[in-house]
Design a protein around this ligand. Structure first.
Ligand SMILES: CC(C)(COP(=O)(O)OP(=O)(O)OC[C@H]1O[C@@H](n2cnc3c(N)ncnc32)[C@H](O)[C@@H]1OP(=O)(O)O)[C@@H](O)C(=O)NCCC(=O)NCCS
Length: 142
């Protein structure tokens, strides 16, 4: 199930982030800032009573920007990322979505393509020198 995170979830988010990302890990301060932004929503995904994933989205008028998303390493490749994204996309199906993903992150790219995200550009050096991002978008479903 999905639920909206609160500041009390910061340690859980920290743990999942550290276990999921090798590069470009967010600091606690970056996560804390999201809780103060009117357009930002932080979600937690729970599986069998454990918080195993988080996602930050920005709700901007009629668009959603998927800012960051992770499933804890030991729970990856079990279909939970797909379930998490299914729930969120359903919640915001009338919105046009945007996101950036590392060109070499094939798991995430495949997952987004499964949800009809289309590549709409390349952002050079987005994650650092020679670390390019694919910009993707998903049309609103009416
Ligand atoms: C990207 C991410 C969120 C996907 O979450 P996930 O829970 O692993 O996703 P799923 O399990 O739904 O699908 C991932 C893969 O597992 C496979 N899979 C799903 N259930 C499976 C199962 N029971 N047995 C074997 N494989 C399975 C899927 O087919 C998919 O395969 P693919 O990589 O070949 O396309 C996760 O890998 C992650 O947190 N990565 C690190 C952070 C990151 O890159 N975030 C995205 C930034 S944009």
């Amino acid at each position: 199930m999905i639920r909206v995170a609160t500041l009390d979830d910061i340690d859980i988010i920290r743990r999942i982030c550290d276990a999921s990302f090798d590069l470009n890990r967010w600091s606690n301060a970056s996560f804390m800032q999201e809780f103060g932004k009117a357009h930002s929503i932080v979600y937690i995904y729970e599986f069998e009573g454990n918080a195993v994933g988080y996602m930050v989205i920005w709700k901007l008028s009629l668009t959603i920007e998927l800012v960051t998303f992770a499933i804890e390493k030991e729970y990856q490749k079990k279909g939970l990322g797909k379930k998490f994204l299914t729930s969120i996309v359903k919640e915001y199906k009338g919105y046009t979505w945007f996101l950036e993903v590392n060109v070499s992150n094939h798991t995430a790219l495949n997952l987004y393509k499964f949800f009809d995200f289309k590549e709409c550009g390349i952002i050079k050096n987005y994650y650092g020198s020679n670390l390019n991002a694919v910009r993707m978008t998903r049309e609103a479903v009416v």
